[in-house]
Design a protein around this ligand. Structure first.
Ligand code: DHB
Length: 308
């Protein structure tokens, strides 16, 4: 049994897509809805549709991926409309990422009157906007004011997607802020911001936007992502579930995330590489590990990482 529960949202498999990956268009969302992904997370949206940054804007190598997509999306109305008319019991998480705090309020007000998503995943960590080169998740006082204001009017389930942190003090500070609010879940991590990859033949960067700098995902970031899950598992209120994301390629990786304290996981780079079959493969690999260890559910080992 690899089912899980995110604050009352029942999810039949703990493995779902990461926001941004094959979850932008009607067709992609439909394919995810029909797949064995435990839930569907939508592409982070803005008020208006966006084309995103100039291509090439995504590149992968054996160790991971770099992207600077620039938030291409079909706009909040498209996603709300998709959720209205969808015909499926599968949980949906609506990811939103306004270009400003004001835009986030506008999107949240729209979402507040719609009822067909199970929760919002508020993205506090998009690293790729040409318009503004600031990651909200790194500005602790702004985040604090923002959450204070939004929970005045937004009363529905809302989780947050965080950027990676690296310092114990930052984990404690962010957890202290989040612990004050009825946060529904925390997803960590988004891509590692401002990496660079190089093509030595062309002696050039590999993606066009932002002089080649972009968010790093995939295998290379897994140790950082696991550490973020572990730190937040330690510092967040015990009733705030954690969704882990970063570099999951195998069932063993999923097991490691749960052991660190994640209640569910999201697949980004590997989902883009492998497509919809990734979900069946990971489920099978995870179930094999649980069988070998004689665990009947995720709760048998969730968070129970041994330390010396
Ligand atoms: C984009 C990238 C992100 O990592 C994110 O959280 C949101 C949007 C993008 O470039 O489209």
């Amino acid at each position: 049994d690899i089912s899980t529960n995110i604050n009352g949202i029942k999810i039949s498999s703990c493995i779902m897509n990461a926001s941004g990956i094959l979850c932008c268009t009607e067709k992609e969302l439909y394919n995810l809805m029909m797949s064995s992904s435990g839930a569907v997370v939508t592409k982070s949206c803005t008020i208006k549709p966006r084309k995103g940054n100039l291509k090439p804007r995504y590149f992968e190598w054996k160790g991971g991926s770099i992207n600077s997509m620039g938030l291409p999306n079909l706009g909040i109305d498209f996603y709300l409309n998709f959720l209205e008319k969808k015909n499926s019991k599968k949980p949906f998480l609506l990811s939103i990422s306004g270009l400003s705090i004001e835009e986030n309020y506008l999107i949240l007000r729209k979402a507040n009157i719609s009822s067909n998503m199970n929760a919002i995943e508020l993205n506090l960590s998009c690293p790729n906007l040409l318009e503004k080169d600031k990651i909200l998740g790194y500005d602790f006082s702004k985040i604090s004011d923002f959450l204070e204001n939004l929970f005045q009017f937004y009363k529905k389930p809302l989780g947050v997607k965080l950027p990676p942190y690296f310092e114990d003090f930052h984990f404690r500070k962010m957890a202290f802020i989040l612990n004050k609010y009825p946060i529904y879940f925390v997803t960590c991590i988004n891509s590692l911001p401002n990496g660079i990859c190089i093509d030595i033949n062309k002696e050039s960067v590999v993606i066009h936007p932002k002089k080649g700098f972009g968010g790093i995902g995939g295998l290379s970031i897994k140790p950082f992502a696991l550490a973020n899950v572990r730190k937040f598992y330690t510092y967040l209120r015990k009733d705030i579930p954690i969704i882990g994301c970063g570099g999951i390629c195998t069932g063993k990786d999923v097991f490691e995330y749960i052991l660190c304290g994640a209640s569910a996981v999201q697949i980004g780079t590997q989902f883009l590489k492998e497509g919809i079959p990734v979900f069946d493969r990971l489920i099978k690999e995870l179930i094999t590990i649980l069988k070998n260890k004689n665990y009947s559910s995720l709760n048998s080992f969730k968070g129970k990482l041994n330390v010396f």
